[in-house]
Design a protein around this ligand. Structure first.
Ligand code: AMP
Length: 445
């Protein structure tokens, strides 16, 4: 029979790699806690309209990449509805903010999430159809300070702290290509942006026919996306296009200057990239991206985000300015693996999987119950314990134990009768008798 494989663009995450995923998530949760963020979990399934309105019909995500289907009604009381597997989570978080009237508290909401997102992209290293994002949003009524440039700077400084906590190096002047780099820009307020888009359209008019088909299409549907283009031949035309900085009003300029000042004060390095506009329709003012040139190949964007002061209103909610980001967790993991490989190679180390504390080996099937009970007690004391099989010969038990654990605990008829086990610690070769009552303490040393 033919076997069934994981769907193209999706993958299984197996141990020991999952331990690294858990470590990254634990570090992220701890950093978020220290900055006053709390977790939000929104559904993977959302109404298609949420993304059409929130992310924008003309974006690549909505126009080409969503997993969308017409969900049949199952009962008279239900209506058929177009559903989508979420391609990103900001729209969902803002929907929840509106739906649960979180703005009524009058407080700033600091929310983070960790979970899968779905986009029908061309799979390659660092780009999957199911991928994971770790993201956060700061949103609330303007009276709670949600519009303040302090919030932008705090979010960026938190990201720097998270990458530092994960020991991903910062790119330095000497070593520009070996670490993370923050690029940021301002795309202006909701009034600056249409003026700029109109100017872009006008400037693109006479030159767009000389551009690649993708850019010709973007020039019509979403001119900002032309600035994101990596097409080598079009770069000269793109560089000559109007710059958003020349279209910012005084308030947007002051906002951006205040963000940069705070980053300087906190020692967060950055580059202003006037072409960084990002693909989603909801961004206003600050937009940013962190890139890393470690283990990601061409997919070097590790995280992106920005301010979205009008998103809540676009979704029918109250005015609720906000700022957020999403880290590509898959790419973060690839980066950490590349760093670890480089470190181990430099130190001449061979990769070792961490061992369990003990392997309890019953000498015969008659001691199965006693061995399980002893393992239960050791596990209850917090130790990681494997239990062997009494049908194995002793030699095989030792081999099995040495593969997975730091010590073997032998449980034979005598041991059970006297409540004393024979323990051998592999690192030292030392073998001794230990009373069942002392075992947890001895093995935990
Ligand atoms: P975006 O929501 O497009 O701003 O993406 C934020 C981050 O998510 C990017 O910087 C990537 O690290 C990650 N990301 C986006 N799309 C994918 C994908 N198809 N596969 C893996 N990671 C992705």
């Amino acid at each position: 029979m033919p076997t069934i494989k994981a769907v193209r663009g999706t993958r299984d995450l197996l141990p020991p790699e999952t331990a690294l995923w858990n470590r990254v998530e634990a570090v992220a949760r701890d950093v978020f806690r220290r900055y006053g963020f709390h977790e939000i979990r929104t559904p993977v399934l959302e109404a298609t309209e949420l993304f059409a309105r929130g992310v924008g019909e003309e974006t690549d995500i909505v126009s080409k990449e969503m997993y969308t289907w017409e969900d049949r009604a199952r009962a008279q009381s239900e209506k058929a509805q177009s559903l989508t597997l979420r391609p990103e989570n900001t729209a969902g978080v803002v929907r929840a903010y509106i739906e649960h009237k979180l703005g009524d508290t009058g407080q700033l909401q600091k929310l983070y999430y960790i979970g899968p997102q779905f986009r029908r992209e061309r799979p390659q290293k660092g780009r999957y159809r199911q991928f994971f994002q770790i993201g956060a949003e700061v949103i609330g009524p303007a009276t709670a300070g949600s519009e303040s440039p302090l919030r932008d700077a705090e979010v960026l400084e938190m990201l720097a702290a998270l990458l530092d906590a994960l020991e991903i190096p910062r790119a330095s002047a000497e070593n520009e290509f070996r670490g993370w780099r923050l690029q940021l820009n301002s795309v202006g307020s909701s009034t600056d942006r249409p003026r700029y888009v109109a100017a872009l359209r006008e400037a693109l008019g006479p030159v767009k026919d000389r551009m690649c088909p993708d850019n010709q299409r973007r020039a019509e549907t979403n001119p900002l996306r032309v600035l994101d283009s990596k097409d080598v031949e079009d770069q000269e035309i793109i560089d000559a296009l109007p710059k958003i900085a020349d279209y910012l009003d005084d308030a947007s300029k002051a906002h951006f200057a205040a963000v940069l000042d705070s980053l300087d004060a906190c020692g967060v390095p950055y580059t202003v990239n006037p072409r960084l506009v990002r693909g989603l329709d909801y961004y206003t003012r600050t937009t940013f991206e962190f890139t890393v040139n470690l283990g990601l190949g061409t997919q070097n964007a590790m995280l992106g985000g920005g301010r979205y002061d009008g998103l809540s209103e676009m979704l029918g909610g109250p005015r609720a300015p906000g700022i957020g980001f999403a880290i590509g967790e898959d790419r973060l993991i690839l980066t950490l693996q590349a760093l670890e490989e480089a470190r181990a190679a430099a130190a001449g180390e061979i990769a070792v999987t961490p061992k369990m504390d003990a392997y309890v080996a019953p000498l015969s099937v008659g001691q199965h119950a006693a061995a399980l009970r002893l393992a239960h007690e050791l596990r209850a004391a917090g130790l990681a314990v494997e239990v062997g099989d009494g049908s194995f010969r002793l030699k095989r038990s030792f081999e099995a134990a040495e593969r997975v654990a730091r010590a073997i605990v032998i449980v034979g008829e005598d041991e059970v009768a006297h409540q004393v086990a024979t323990v051998k610690t592999f690192a030292t070769g030392e073998q001794r008798k230990v009373g069942f009552g002392e075992l947890a303490a001895v093995l935990g040393e």
